[in-house]
Design a protein around this ligand. Structure first.
Ligand SMILES: C[S@@+](CC[C@H](N)C(=O)[O-])C[C@H]1O[C@@H](n2cnc3c(N)ncnc32)[C@H](O)[C@@H]1O
Length: 275
């Protein structure tokens, strides 16, 4: 049995990634520092220079990701002066110019988003998980994230109309048809691109963790056991923990030493081999 490596490094990912060869990682999944949001903890980046700050780092992501690999960027634009800032949209365009393909956008719906009242908007209950690739031929294991068919099997599939039984060509002329009767008798279906996951409140020491189920889902979808996962802004190690639990090697980088210590505690030394 091959040993799983969990590498945790302290520093700016821009510098640390120079140590890694081209085409090394199978998946990069990360939630970067948000624009200006957390001045009191790990500092923020001014929304107006966010793209400029991000691009040299994503250049390293592009270099170190395998051509068959995927980059998942969990991000959300903040409100500045009463309107949504456009840095995420500008970043998408800039990443495309840098050579990335913007393949897909997943939505993380925060199921347990806390209630609140704002004068001109409702509570924000979702974040983007943008999928970028280097090539159209990337590794993907859709069967690994199938979901139970659930009530749909009992309701919709019980009352099939004529259109459901014959192959039914898309009304929008996309050329893709669906034959819903194909799903009869199956107990699993493919998920949608909306992930309904609760935020985790157990981590009192880091203010912006994502739930472990988030990196887990993408690791299952885009990698196999023994593959290499990178989180260049690893915080307190949620991605490292998820990768280790799924028998994937990982590299986690964070600029704050205390977060790297927390990450090391999470992936317990008795289980992990640190490099
Ligand atoms: C949104 S948090 C990530 C939280 C992480 N997903 C988790 O679950 O703990 C962003 C992290 O990026 C780190 N960071 C900021 N600038 C960095 C840089 N240049 N290189 C590496 N890490 C950086 C911050 O210290 C912070 O922990």
């Amino acid at each position: 049995m091959k040993t799983i490596e969990t590498v945790l490094k302290c520093g700016d990912c821009l510098e640390i990634l120079q140590e890694y060869p081209d085409n090394f990682f199978d998946l990069i999944i990360t939630s970067p520092p948000y624009a200006d949001c957390r001045e009191k903890t790990y500092g923020g980046i001014d929304p107006d220079v966010y793209v400029e700050w991000f691009l040299p780092r994503s250049e390293q992501f592009l270099r170190t990701l395998k051509p068959s690999g995927t980059f998942i960027l969990n991000i959300k634009e903040r409100v500045v002066n009463g309107e949504r800032h456009t840095y995420v949209l500008e970043l998408i365009l800039a990443l495309k110019k840098q050579g990335w393909l913007w393949t897909e956008e997943f939505i993380w719906h925060k199921k347990n988003c806390h209630p609140g009242k704002w004068p001109n908007r409702f509570r924000d209950a979702w974040e983007r998980c943008l999928q970028f690739n280097k090539s159209k031929k990337f590794k993907m294991f859709q069967e690994a994230v199938m979901v139970p068919m659930g009530d749909w099997a009992k309701t919709r599939l019980k009352n099939l109309g004529q259109n459901d039984i014959i192959r039914f060509n898309s009304r929008v002329g996309s050329g893709f048809g669906k034959n819903i009767s194909n799903w009869l008798g199956r107990d699993k279906a493919y998920p949608s691109n909306v992930l309904h996951l609760a935020t985790e409140t157990s981590n009192k020491n880091h203010s912006a963790t994502f739930p472990r189920a988030l990196p887990e889902w993408f690791i299952k979808l885009f990698t196999e056991e023994g593959d290499w996962v990178l989180d260049p802004f690893v915080g307190c190690g949620t991605t490292s923990e998820a990768a280790f639990g799924l028998n994937r090697n990982s590299v986690g980088i964070d600029i704050i030493p205390e977060y790297i210590e927390m990450a090391q505690d999470k992936v317990k030394p008795k289980d992990a081999v640190f490099f």
